[in-house]
Design a protein around this ligand. Structure first.
Ligand code: FES
Ligand code: FES
Length: 181
């Protein structure tokens, strides 16, 4: 845990050091500040969205040490000393992450509001299960709501990314998906 200075204690703030998308970020923040607001307002990483604010929609999903969490109900001070990945951390230079390519190739988004959370949840799933079944994909994404797509193309996007990450081959990546929405 990062130790507070006398000035920070007097101001009611606490110092935190969080590695965000590979970069160490140090801030003095109010203990009540939620992680999603720390990311969006303190660090300017607005790719993490706020939908419901009540742990229901998944729009605010980020990875904490590789595990998806809903940052709208997680205090930023709880992330002190840990690693956070947001959607901005998926791209490597000019190279999109396979999950980003998958959503593009398989038309996995419409308005895009849910998409950052969907992609981060999917990245964690593929990290655990390189060849997830459609049922496993739907289960993993069950905490991420989409009001636009009907989910079928989101499932295909995850299958596309999983296939590319497994063997670099994307041909037919969407052909194993079912038709249920
Ligand atoms: Fe966090 Fe909806 S904004 S779950
Ligand atoms: Fe609009 Fe999912 S693409 S909410």
């Amino acid at each position: 845990m990062t130790q507070a200075t006398d000035v920070e204690r007097a101001a009611g703030t606490r110092p935190i050091a969080v590695t965000v998308n590979g970069e160490r970020r140090e801030s003095a923040i109010e203990p009540r500040l939620l992680l999603v607001h720390y990311l969006r307002e303190t660090l300017g990483l607005t790719g993490t969205h706020v939908g419901c604010d009540t742990t229901s929609c998944g729009a605010c999903t980020v990875l904490l040490d590789g595990t998806p969490i809903k940052s709208c109900t997680f205090f930023a001070v709880q992330a002190d000393g840990q690693e956070v990945t947001t959607v901005e951390g998926l791209v490597q230079g000019a190279q999109l992450h396979p999950i980003q390519e998958g959503f593009s190739e398989e038309h996995g988004l419409q308005c895009g509001f849910c998409t950052p959370g969907m992609m981060l949840t999917a990245v964690a799933l593929i990290g655990e299960k390189p060849d997830p079944t459609e049922e496993e994909i739907r289960w993993a994404l069950s905490g991420n709501l989409c009001r636009c797509t009907g989910y079928q193309n989101i499932v295909r996007s995850v299958q596309w990314a999983a296939r590319k990450l497994r063997d670099g081959d994307t041909a037919g990546a969407s052909s194993s998906g079912g038709e249920a929405a």
